[in-house]
Design a protein around this ligand. Sequence first.
Ligand code: 0X9
Ligand code: ZN
Length: 428
Amino acid sequence: MPTLLVLLMVSSVFTADPSAATEEFGIDEKAVSYSGFQVWSITVRSNGEHKLLRQIIEQYDVEVWKEQKTDKAAITELLVAPQVQRVLKVKLTEADISYGIKINDLHTVIDNGNAKHNMSSLNTKTGHSMDWTKYHRLADIYGYLNYLASTYPSRVELINIGTSYEKRPLYVVRIFNRSSSVVKPAVWIDGGIHAREWISPALATYIIRQLVEVPANEALLCNVDWFIMPVMNPDGYEYSHAFNRLWRKTRSVTSWTSCRGVDPNRNFGYKWGGLGTSTNPCSDVYKGTRAFSEPETFATSNFIKGKASSIKLYLTLHSYGQAALIPWGYNVVYPSDYSDMLELAKSAVSKFTKYRYRVGNAAAIYYPAAGGSDDWAKSIGIKYSYTFELSDTGAYGFLLPASNILPVCQDFFPALDVFAAKVATMKV
Ligand code: 0X9
Ligand code: ZN
């Protein structure tokens, strides 16, 4: 049963905010307002309750933000539009299902989430203006990558691996020791597959900074090369800053409907179109017209395939939930070397001191979802492949305030010692 049932054509139900028309995008598009929207957390403890909840979700077209399972319960977090709040309360009370309101007014949280860079300030900057105290626009991020490539040519190579649907460059940063000519085992890290998960590009760029600009981390480049793609879905990322803070997908036009975009994490070519995917272009888990239909997933997968013999670890950064997810994710199926994968993930997350992460099979502890990048990476022979769902556990969800960026990044970085040490032992 798919769990992210986002069959709602969101744009049709939102109040337009006339202040947000923009020249940058060359179209008179209005920003989506989430005034009065709430996030509810619902815990069900039996199959019967679970079935009832599914029916209610389908009937009222509410968006599932997250579903997590433990041995005893399933916790579902829902985005609830103002017009369905009253009826949903009645239905849940009738079914004797308890719920709590996690976010009372989404609009307020969105407004406070990125104070200096909110959706109505569309000014983009050039050059190096990264500071990790706010969520930066793409121009800042790409400006920083270019700055690093020209400032540190001995250890940074900026590789343009293709172009997004809206013609933005797709960048991979290679961080390595140029003076050594041996081919080393490599780590791949990507961020920004899902547009609204802003903590992901923030962490990816933080990792780049640590590896390139902090001399104390030089040892991490001795035996391992790094390929880091901080924003795999730049069109979606910009759209989530400028028009719709909760945008998840790419921005391609795929059908006659007015709904745009494909879920890049349902568009990779392994078990494409299986569980947890949708054929509906308006769904947030739309799989696209074919595997790798999106220029972003196509370019990324081609690049990784070209380096498949040296890339030993695939890490993809998402939010939220604080979990390290291990393939397979298309269904509750375990690779034959699952115990190796589990052991490495556990030892990596044991480095975290501020945030506790769960570790387990993606389909078992989240939900089955096919066409994910982690499964595809595993399927082409990259032994260690993980999806990291970063902070938080739902207090803010996708809207993690910018004041959390540095704590999350600082907590995460030491785990790379563990990953690098393992990769360094692997033969290319
Ligand atoms: O559903 C997803 O794509 C990921 N969660 S998110 O909330 N960031 O959207 C989980 C993907 C786990 N991996 C697979 N199912 N293959
Ligand atoms: Zn995601």
